[in-house]
Design a protein around this ligand. Structure first.
Ligand SMILES: [Zn+2]
Length: 374
């Protein structure tokens, strides 16, 4: 199981386990934000003391040298990625770098117009240096290192169209805006989620995750479903990956490799149980994959339908899967015999118990009796 997937939030298909290393970095990021947001703070003056005249530089932070302090090195390492989620509100233009900061358009001009940046003459200049104040409202000028061809000139008028909507406001300070949560400002959780949810991971069931974690069944069953849909359930075929030579045969039918798909869909035992369920709900029920199984289960119970019947139906598929899994475990570890009837009775028993989670025991019983007798 990938650690990145485990730390992903439940809504995105993970388990929502807190990654302490990333959370610690997110806490450090708070200081990087303060570094940008409180230019006059005493601590900031102390930390940036080693920057030799580069104190006015904010995110992206200047690169530390070999003799820079550890504090500064950590701030730099954690803070550098943050510049991609900071947008600047233009005031005086003395804290914003014209080319490298995101203050207009869809990103920093340096990344949106890389060819133009390549031949720009004042690559590190502040925004105010590019502004010409005049009686007619002022305007922007940026100089290039060479003359442009006619074709290039047309192409290079694009940034003018973008920045022409902006102007220097002498009375206001430049201010960073936290793009991830612009209405509430910077918060540690938004950085943490941004980092953790952006990491690559294998598998994942993002689409079904929300439904799995909201299913009205005990937490251990939700976890079991989550493992099954991520193909991480400890079936014999999965164990055989790192224990070659061990028996990987399905314990129920003893005819095929015990994969998650076989156990819950292809196995003759499972098929008999699903056909019983199909008989109860009055439709053919022969799922080939776990996805189909889930879709069929969802079609039975509409989420907007809050009736007890819908809630009972919602637990049908998880209850049968759980009963198959328990039957399989009993056969392997206790040695008891398993039959489709036994699994089906186990599933009905689970549904009776779980039904009490979402409604009164009596009404659930009435609904189930109606369902199973009809
Ligand atoms: Zn089987």
């Amino acid at each position: 199981m990938s650690w990145n997937l485990v730390c992903l939030s439940k809504n995105r298909g993970g388990l929502g386990v807190l990654d302490l290393a990333e959370f610690n970095k997110a806490l450090l990021a708070k200081w990087v934000w303060k570094f940008s947001d409180s230019p006059d703070a005493m601590w900031r003056t102390v930390v940036s003391g080693g920057l030799q005249g580069r104190r006015q530089r904010f995110l992206p932070l200047p690169k530390p040298s070999r003799c820079s302090s550890q504090v500064w090195k950590v701030i730099h390492r954690v803070g550098t990625p943050l510049s991609s989620v900071i947008r600047w509100r233009l005031g005086k233009g003395d804290r914003i770098r014209f080319w490298t900061f995101h203050w207009c358009g869809s990103g920093p001009l340096m990344t949106v117009y890389p060819e133009l940046f390549e031949i720009a003459s004042n690559k590190d200049g502040m925004v105010w240096e590019f502004w010409n104040d005049s009686e007619h409202g002022g305007g922007w000028t940026f100089h290039l290192q060479r003359r442009l061809s006619n074709v290039e000139f047309l192409q290079y008028t694009q940034p003018y169209c973008v920045i022409t909507n902006f102007r220097i406001m002498e009375a206001e300070e430049d201010a960073p805006i936290w793009i991830l949560t612009p209405s509430t400002g910077f918060n540690v959780n938004s950085v943490y989620l941004w980092w953790v949810e952006d990491r690559p991971f294998n598998g994942g069931v993002a689409r079904k995750a929300h439904q799995i974690w909201n299913c009205k069944v005990p937490t251990k069953v939700r976890f079991f479903l989550w493992l099954a849909y991520n193909e991480r359930l400890l079936t014999r075929a999965y164990r055989a990956i790192w224990r070659p030579g061990e028996n990987s045969e399905c314990p129920l039918c003893e005819q095929s490799l015990e994969t998650v798909r076989h156990l819950f869909c292809e196995c003759s035992m499972a098929r008999e149980v699903w056909s019983k369920l199909g008989h109860v709900v009055g439709r053919a029920w022969n799922p080939d994959t776990l996805d189909q199984l889930w879709e069929l289960g969802c079609r039975l119970s509409r989420r907007e339908d809050r009736s007890i019947r819908s809630k009972v139906l919602q637990t049908l598929v998880p209850a049968v899967m759980w009963a198959i899994w328990r039957g399989r475990n009993d056969k392997i570890f206790v040695g008891t015999s398993v039959s489709p009837e036994g699994i089906w009775e186990g599933a009905k028993g689970s549904m009776s118990t779980w039904g009490c989670y979402c409604a009164g025991a009596h009404s659930v019983q009435v609904e189930q009796n109606a369902l199973f007798v009809s």
